[in-house]
Design a protein around this ligand. Structure first.
Ligand SMILES: Nc1nc2c(c(=O)[nH]1)N=C([C@H](O)[C@@H](O)CO)CN2
Length: 117
């Protein structure tokens, strides 16, 4: 299996369970690994045959910026479902980092793997 990845994709959104978090926008950072078969793209050297990481990133930026979830779990699950349904991806690993919201910690977040195969 080949993997196309997107690393350190920073997106602003409304997320969190506390009142103060509902009134501000916070940055989350996504690291994404997606299964891809790169044979056709590498043969033809054409973007039409490739999993276009720019297209994935544009779709996720739009979705995350419009979203207002409370939990990182919900946002992560929705992101993986979008990628699996709308792109030629059968497996995805997503790391969602909410950053320095927990006193004493450099980051908090979630790592999930999903597949539809
Ligand atoms: N499992 C989770 N725990 C917590 C979440 C979450 O999304 N999933 N969120 C919070 C708060 O919003 C926190 O990030 C802000 O201090 C706390 N625990």
């Amino acid at each position: 299996m080949d993997i196309i990845f997107i690393q350190g994709l920073k997106i602003d959104t409304v997320i969190g369970i506390y009142d103060w978090e509902r009134k501000i926008r916070q940055d989350i950072v996504l690291d994404i690994e997606m299964s891809a078969n790169i044979k056709a793209a590498s043969k033809t050297d054409h973007i039409n045959q490739a999993l276009d990481y720019k297209a994935v990133s544009k779709r996720l930026i739009d979705f995350v910026q419009r979203s207002e979830f409370q939990l990182v779990e919900t946002l992560a699950e929705r992101i993986t479902q979008i990628v699996l349904k709308e792109f030629k991806v059968t497996w995805i690993k997503l790391t969602l980092n909410k950053g320095e919201v927990l006193t004493g910690a450099q980051g908090v977040g979630i790592v999930i793997e999903r597949s539809n195969g």
